[in-house]
Design a protein around this ligand. Structure first.
Ligand code: AMP
Length: 210
């Protein structure tokens, strides 16, 4: 499969975060002696799988599964998201790919992770928020007991910002629990859907935009 070759090349590159002065960083210790740097946005673009008409006709689904399954892709995305979340007391990952990203980022920063679950998965009491998706509606929940979020700085992490309803709902949940949310960080932002307008005034940082 052609994309397999394309993905394989990422394994010999060193990837960079978005916050270097010129967006690039020289490779360190390339096994083959090459010093070929690639931006995190390039890695995301090269590994993201485009799935037309999923889960409904008209939706161009951006599947980041191959990014997370690639060790360099996961490392690059984790490092870049951790730079954004640096200073947080807690990372909150949104169901479900946000769990993977949030756990990796939290571990890198030496802090904890909160899973923002889909509705009906957590035992009561819960904070619950129902919202509109690019396709359909959904409910997000966080525990209403057992975790003291009051006054804690919590950075939201998810894979894709589409219409912004998911991140906005997550922010509302965290606010209801008393947390401060300084920023939301996503891997990929679909700018045509104006998600950051819906999330405002909460700031959104994305590693790649389409
Ligand atoms: P939204 O609330 O519209 O911003 O949708 C964001 C959430 O839905 C994220 O958790 C994504 O996983 C998922 N999502 C929505 N649209 C897409 C898309 N076009 N490609 C991939 N994931 C999407």
């Amino acid at each position: 499969m052609g994309r397999g070759l394309e993905h394989g090349q990422v394994g010999v590159r060193t990837v960079t975060g978005p916050s270097e002065p010129d967006g690039r960083r020289h490779a360190e210790g390339e096994p083959d002696g090459r010093r070929h740097a690639e931006s995190v946005a390039d890695v995301i673009a090269s590994l993201t799988r485009e799935v037309p008409d999923f889960p409904e006709p008209g939706v161009q689904f951006k599947d980041l599964t191959p990014v997370l399954a690639d060790r360099h892709g996961l490392a690059a995305v984790t490092r870049a998201l951790a730079e954004i979340a640096d200073g947080a007391d807690l990372v909150a990952g949104i169901d479900a790919r946000g769990f993977l990203l949030g756990g990796a980022v939290a571990n890198r920063l030496g802090i904890g992770v909160l899973a923002i679950r889909k509705g009906g998965k957590l035992p009561p009491p819960v904070f619950s928020q129902t919202y509109t998706l690019e396709y359909g509606t959904a409910t997000l929940e966080i525990p209403g007991d057992g975790i003291d979020l009051a006054g804690r700085r919590v950075v939201i992490i998810d894979d894709v910002l589409a219409t912004g309803g998911t991140v906005a709902a997550a922010a509302q949940l965290l606010a209801a629990a008393g947390a401060q949310v300084p920023v939301a960080a996503v891997v990929l932002e679909l700018t045509a859907l104006s998600g950051r307008d819906k999330v405002a005034p909460l700031a959104v940082r994305s590693l790649q935009t389409i």
